[in-house]
Write a protein of this length. Structure first.
Length: 743
C-alpha cells in the first residue's frame, strides 16, 4: 500500500481559469482482472459520481481505465461499458479496461439490479467520457494552435483534419487527473458515426471462462489465509444452548471456535480441516418450529397482516365497470418460493488488519455491503473496503453478502485473512428467498367483447430490498441493517393496456416465511405472469385472437405495435380459431405474452411452443420466438445472450423450481430436492432485436424473463384446454387440471 499524497480537495478541484486543469497526482492504472485480484494503491482517487475522475483515468500510453460502480454478474456489462467508452473516446476496445465494484476506487452507482447497469450506469459513464473528450479536444486545440473544428480524433490521437500536427491522449493528460465536473450538456457522438456501439463484440470474459483462466471468487487467495465454516442451527430460529470446543481441538490444523450468541463457526488452516471441524463440533440447540405449514402456504399469505397498500394505477371507476359488465371474469394466480440456486455456492475472503477491513466478495451491491459490514463491526465506513470479484451466479441478492459477513466476523475474531466457502446446504438452506406471491385478478367485458374494467391485487412482502438482513449478524445479534426501501417489486403491477377502467393494487405484507430478496425480475415476473395469463383468459372468453386483443388495447403505442407485428412474422403466428384442442397422447400448443417493462421501458413480445404428455403431465418448452425493443443496442450479441439466459432460467423456474420446507427449516437443500433445467430440455430460441440508435438504451437483464411463465401458461391452455395458475407447473398440477381438479 502506498501512502496517501498530501493534497487538499480545494487544490485538487482548483481550476485556474482553464476549461480543464491537469493535476500532478498520479492515479493507479490496472486491468479489470488485476483490480479484482490484487490490492491496488490507496492513493486518493475521486469516487464522486459527478466528477470525470470518478469514472475515468488515462495513462501515459493512452490506455483508459474505467471505474464502474456497476458490476458484471456474467451479463456482459463489462463488455458493453468497454464499448461505450471506446466509442465515445475513439479508442480501440483493447485500450480500455474496466475496474468494477471496488469501494475505494469506483463511484457508488447503486446496486447492480433492475436492468439499470447500462440504462443508468452506462449512461453516466458515457457522459463522463463525452466530457473528457471535449476537454481533451479543447486542450489539444490550444496546444496545436488550431480551432476545435479543425481537429479529428482517431485511436486516441487528436490530429489536424488537414496537415500532420497531432497530440495523443497520453501526451495531453497521461497519468494525471482531469479535475473536472461531468457536464450533462457535453455533446455525445452522433450514433450515425458509431463504429463500436451497436455492433456485436465478443464478450471479454468468455475466453478465460472457457479455458479455465478466469478468476472467480471461489479461486481467489491471499497470503496467510485460513478457512472458516459456519455451523448452522438445525432450525432457522433455534437458540444455541451449549458448545463443546474440546470435541474439535484435537483436529489437525484447528485454530479456533468462534461463538457470538447464535453465530457459531470454526476456523482451521485448511478448507478440509474447517469442514471436518464444523461436522464434528458438538453443539446443543433449542427446538424451533416457527415456519408456516407448507401445505397451507397460500392461506398463510392471505391471512398475513397488510402494512400498507400501494395503488400503482387508478383510472376510471373499476367497481362500477365490473358491476355493469355483461361478463365478469376472475382468477387467482400464485408463484412459489424460489431460491437463487447459484451453481457455485457463495464465497468471500476478508482481512481485518490495523482496525480496517478488506473484503473480497461477489456482491452486486459492494457499496451497500460496505455500510452493512461497517455497522456490524462497529467501525467507520471509511475503514471498510469491499472489492468485487465475479461469483458463479447471482441475478439477485443471494448468499454472497452473507458469506462476506461470515468471513468478516471470523477475520475480526482470529486476526488473519479468512476464506468462507458455503456448501450446497448453506446456499439452498440459508440464502434469502424469492417470496411467495399471490395475485387476484378481475375483469369486466361488455356485450361486444370489449374489456371495460381491470382490477388486480398483488400480495407480497413490504421489505424486499438490497439491504437484506445479514444472516451472520442476525445470528450474532449485531447491528447491520439500514432503513429498507420497498424495492421494485411493485413496478410491474400496472399494465400498458388502455382499458377505460383500471385499478392495480399492491398489498404489502408484514412478514414472509423466509428472508425476502430479489431474484431476477422480482415482482415483475410474478405480476406479468398473472397479467398476461389473465389477458389470455379474456381472449378465450371473448373468442378474440390474443395478438388482436393486445394490439387494439395498446392505443397509439407504435413501438409496442411494431414489436407485436414483428413477433407475429417471426413466430409465423396463426390466428386462434377456437376449434378445440389437439387430441393424442403428446400434444403441442402455442402461447404468447407481451410486456412493456415497468410500463415505461423495454418492450418484449414472446411466443412459445410447448409439448405436453397427457399421461404424465410433463410439460416441455420446445421453442421461443422473442422480439425485443430496448432502444439503443450497445452489443447485439450481448443482448441476445441476456435474452437466452432469461428464457432458459425462467423456463426452469416455471416448470421445476420451488422451495420445500418443514416447520423448522428448508428441506430442498440439494439438486435432487430442488431440481433445475438440464441441457436436454433447453429450448430453441429465435430472437429479433429492434435497434433504435437515436433512443436511449434500456435494460435487458430482466424484461424478457418476466413473460416466460405467462407464455408457457397460455401455450398449455392452447394445447390441452386447462389453465395452470400456480407456478411451478409440476406434472401433478397438470394432471389435476386435466382431471378437473384445482390446478
Amino acid at each position: 500500500m502506498s501512502a496517501r499524497p498530501s493534497i487538499s480537495r480545494r487544490e485538487f478541484l482548483g481550476l485556474s481559469g482553464l476549461i480543464v486543469s491537469f493535476a500532478a497526482l498520479p492515479l493507479p492504472l490496472a486491468s479489470a482482472e488485476s483490480s479484482q485480484q490484487t490490492q491496488l494503491p490507496t492513493a486518493h482517487k475521486p469516487v464522486a459520481s459527478d466528477e470525470v475522475d470518478g469514472f475515468l483515468a488515462i495513462d501515459r500510453h493512452g490506455n483508459i481505465s474505467v471505474f464502474s460502480g456497476k458490476v458484471d454478474l456474467g451479463t456482459g456489462v463489462r463488455t458493453a461499458i468497454t464499448q461505450i467508452v471506446a466509442e465515445e473516446l475513439d479508442v480501440p476496445i483493447a485500450r480500455v479496461s474496466v475496474i468494477e465494484g471496488d469501494t475505494l476506487l469506483t463511484p457508488d452507482q447503486g446496486p447492480t439490479y433492475g436492468s439499470l447497469s447500462i440504462q443508468n450506469g452506462g449512461t453516466q459513464i458515457r457522459q463522463a467520457a463525452a466530457t473528457a473528450r471535449r476537454a481533451l479536444i479543447r486542450q489539444a486545440a490550444k496546444q496545436l494552435h488550431l480551432e476545435e473544428s479543425e481537429l479529428t480524433v482517431e485511436r486516441g490521437v487528436i490530429k489536424a483534419a488537414h496537415g500532420t500536427r497531432s497530440v495523443s491522449y497520453g501526451d495531453l493528460i497521461g497519468g494525471r487527473t482531469f479535475a473536472l465536473s461531468i457536464d450533462k450538456d457535453a455533446p455525445l457522438k452522433d450514433p450515425a458515426t458509431y463504429t463500436v456501439v451497436g455492433r456485436s463484440q465478443p464478450r471479454l470474459d468468455i475466453p478465460d471462462k472457457v479455458t479455465g483462466r478466469f478468476t472467480y471468487m471461489h479461486d481467489f487467495r491471499v497470503t496467510g489465509m485460513v478457512h472458516g465454516r459456519v455451523v448452522r442451527p438445525p432450525a432457522i430460529g433455534a437458540t444455541l444452548l451449549a458448545v463443546n470446543e474440546d470435541s474439535v481441538k484435537h483436529l489437525p490444523g484447528f485454530i479456533k471456535v468462534v461463538q457470538q450468541r447464535n453465530f457459531l463457526a470454526v476456523v482451521a488452516e485448511t478448507e478440509w480441516g474447517a469442514i471436518t471441524a464444523a461436522q464434528q463440533l458438538e453443539a446443543k440447540w433449542s427446538d424451533w418450529q416457527g415456519l408456516p405449514d407448507e401445505n397451507k402456504l397460500w392461506d398463510y399469505v392471505r391471512s398475513t397482516r397488510i402494512t400498507k397498500e400501494d395503488v400503482t394505477s387508478d383510472r376510471g371507476d373499476v367497481e362500477a365497470a365490473l358491476a355493469k359488465s355483461a361478463q365478469r371474469l376472475s382468477a387467482t394466480y400464485d408463484f412459489a418460493i424460489h431460491t437463487h440456486g447459484s451453481i457455485g455456492p457463495s464465497c468471500a475472503v476478508a482481512s481485518f488488519e490495523g482496525g480496517r477491513l478488506t473484503c473480497w466478495s461477489a456482491s452486486q451491491a459492494t457499496h451497500n455491503l460496505r455500510q452493512q459490514l461497517a455497522l456490524m463491526l462497529g467501525i467507520p465506513d471509511a475503514d471498510v473496503r469491499v472489492i468485487y470479484i465475479a461469483g458463479s451466479g447471482c441475478y439477485g441478492r443471494n448468499g454472497h453478502e452473507d458469506a462476506a459477513a461470515d468471513a468478516s466476523l471470523l477475520a475480526h475474531a482470529v486476526g488473519r485473512p479468512v476464506r468462507v466457502q458455503w456448501m450446497r446446504a448453506d446456499e439452498h438452506g440459508w440464502d434469502p428467498k424469492g417470496p411467495p406471491t399471490l395475485i387476484d385478478m378481475q375483469a369486466g367485458v361488455d356485450a361486444g367483447g370489449n374489456v371495460t374494467g381491470w382490477y388486480s391485487q398483488f400480495y407480497g412482502p413490504e421489505g424486499v430490498a438490497g439491504r437484506v438482513k445479514l444472516v451472520a449478524a442476525d445470528l450474532a445479534d449485531l447491528p447491520h441493517e439500514m432503513e429498507m426501501s420497498p424495492g421494485g417489486i411493485i413496478n410491474g403491477t400496472a399494465i400498458p393496456y388502455m382499458f377505460p377502467n383500471v385499478k392495480t393494487v399492491a398489498h404489502r405484507l408484514a412478514t414472509t416465511p423466509f428472508r425476502p430478496s430479489w431474484i431476477r425480475a422480482p415482482g415483475r415476473m410474478q405480476s406479468a405472469f398473472a397479467n398476461e395469463a389473465f389477458l389470455d383468459e379474456i381472449a378465450v372468453a371473448t373468442r378474440t385472437d390474443p395478438f388482436e386483443l393486445r394490439q387494439r388495447s395498446l392505443a397509439n403505442d407504435h413501438r409496442a405495435i411494431e414489436v407485436l407485428e414483428r413477433l407475429a412474422r417471426l413466430s409465423n403466428w396463426q390466428k386462434r380459431t377456437f376449434n378445440g384442442h389437439a387430441a393424442g397422447g403428446t400434444v403441442t400448443g402455442r402461447g404468447m405474452a407481451f410486456v412493456k417493462y415497468e410500463v415505461y421501458r423495454t418492450y418484449v413480445g414472446m411466443v412459445t411452443t410447448v409439448e405436453i404428455v397427457r399421461a404424465t403431465g410433463v410439460i416441455k418448452a420446445k421453442h421461443f420466438a422473442v422480439v425485443q425493443d430496448c432502444g439503443q443496442v450497445i452489443n447485439p450479441d450481448g443482448v441476445r445472450n441476456q435474452i437466452e439466459g432469461n428464457v432458459v432460467q425462467t423456463v426452469s423456474r416455471t416448470l421445476l423450481e420451488r422451495v420445500r420446507y418443514d416447520r423448522s427449516h428448508v428441506t430442498s437443500i440439494d439438486w435432487l430436492t430442488y431440481p433445475i433445467l438440464t441441457f436436454p430440455d433447453v429450448p430453441d430460441i429465435d430472437i429479433e432485436l429492434i435497434d433504435r440508435p437515436q433512443e436511449k438504451p434500456w435494460g435487458v437483464g430482466e424484461p424478457s424473463s418476466a413473460i416466460v411463465s405467462a407464455a408457457i401458461c397460455n401455450a398449455v391452455f392452447d394445447a390441452i384446454g386447462v389453465r395452470l395458475r400456480s407456478v411451478p407447473f409440476l406434472p401433478e398440477k397438470t394432471l389435476a387440471a386435466i382431471n378437473g381438479r384445482r390446478s
